[in-house]
Design a protein around this ligand. Structure first.
Ligand code: HEC
Ligand code: HEC
Length: 322
């Protein structure tokens, strides 16, 4: 049964929920008297696909876990997020509709469709029934994925966005989104998609094939401060940090495996320790034409601003003691 639920949660194509929710609404419109109230079998897979990336395990936001029926009913540190029988005014529905901010899922837009929200509301109004096959126990708990299952990569195969995305969504997107818990994304940096993570708006944070010059990696390692995630510890695990490094070394590839181009001319900014006259945290840079402020010394903290050259290396435009 566990395997079955897991399989269904992961095999449904996008739109599957919407279709199910729509047919549910359709039945309502037909006024079918024999209509059965939705059960956990209907909403559990929806939560598994859109919510448990964050709402699962020890780090679940506000302690709210949505990976099992029992946990969803129990709620988080603020108590239950709904009362079976009354969806109106419940925190769960308010979050889904955006009446309570930040709106859920935190990774939205896209948020849930009206039909999907109606399905969740109908589940609550119908008494928040458990799974039909598993009416009393909490056996589905283990079935919820904590993050997208990492596809087996053959040794030597390059790392792609598919493996990095779940880490960034689970640990970074709550702030680095249009709709984050800090309001506007800090420094305008958004990690919700491959394109946004690589975007060279004001500054670039990932330079393909140049992990040492990629502020994203420097921040999760704690070379640039404040270390990320900002609400850590816990920091990312060594395995996760190594994976991100490998992804950048392999060319910061997208989901399809296509390496990203070098953002030639884009601006960069690092804060770190000057480990040589033209080296910051072990990364060499071209300091030739840089403006020097406050006489930064080797061994002390400095801020480097510069731009990306065609080979991905950094030419400093300004070096300042911090
Ligand atoms: C990217 C991570 C992420 C995803 C995905 C996500 N959430 Fe959240 N959720 C959070 C964070 C962070 C908070 C705490 C925000 C705050 O400060 O109120 C939160 C808070 C909540 C709360 C308020 C809990 C309380 O007790 O105050 C509810 C309810 C909720 N989420 C439901 C959902 C639902 C339902 C989904 C899926 C449709 C979802 N979330 C998807 C990160 C996420
Ligand atoms: C709780 C909110 C929060 C979380 C979670 C978070 N960040 Fe941040 N992030 C911030 C804030 C605030 C700043 C600005 C800090 C500063 O430089 O003064 C920032 C800055 C950054 C910067 C520097 C951007 C620039 O151009 O200067 C990077 C890169 C970054 N974060 C990456 C990450 C990564 C990767 C994660 C997840 C592993 C993460 N952040 C998680 C709040 C957060």
């Amino acid at each position: 049964m566990q395997a079955d639920l897991f399989f269904r949660a992961n095999s449904r194509r996008p739109g599957g929920f919407a279709m199910r929710a729509l047919s549910f609404i359709g039945l309502l419109t037909l006024g079918s008297a024999a209509l059965a109230a939705p059960t956990w079998d209907d909403v559990g897979p929806l939560f598994a696909s859109r919510c448990t990336l964050c709402h699962n395990g020890d780090g679940a936001p506000n302690g709210l876990r949505l990976g099992s029926y029992a946990a969803a009913l129990k709620g988080g540190v603020n108590g239950p997020v709904f009362k079976p029988g009354t969806s109106a005014g419940s925190e769960l529905i308010r979050r889904l509709k955006g009446e309570s901010q930040p709106r859920m899922p935190m990774t939205g837009p896209p948020f849930l469709s009206d039909a999907e929200i109606a399905l969740v509301a109908a589940w609550i109004d119908g008494g928040a029934l458990p799974s039909k096959a598993d009416a009393k126990s909490d056996k589905t708990a283990a079935a919820a994925p904590t993050a997208a299952p990492v596809a087996a990569r053959k040794p030597g195969d390059p790392v792609t966005w598919t493996e990095v995305e779940p880490i960034l969504l689970a640990r970074c997107a709550k702030c680095h989104s249009e709709n984050g818990i800090m309001g506007a994304p800090p420094e305008g940096f958004i990690v919700r998609s491959h394109a946004q993570t690589l975007a060279a708006g004001e500054r670039v944070r990932v330079i393909p094939r140049q992990p040492q010059a990629s502020e994203l990696l420097r921040r999760v390692r704690g070379l640039s401060r404040p270390r990320m995630p900002f609400d850590g510890p816990p920091w990312l695990s060594e395995t996760e940090i190594d994976l991100i490094e490998q992804w950048i070394s392999d060319g910061a590839r997208d989901r399809a495996g296509k390496p990203a181009p070098i953002p030639v001319g884009a601006s960069v900014r690092f804060r770190g320790i000057l480990t040589g006259p033209e080296e910051i945290d072990g990364m060499p840079f071209d300091g030739g034409g840089a403006r020097i402020d406050k006489a930064p010394r080797v061994g002390s903290e400095a801020e480097l601003r510069g731009s990306v050259q065609s080979d991905g290396s950094i030419r400093a435009t300004r070096l300042r003691r911090r």
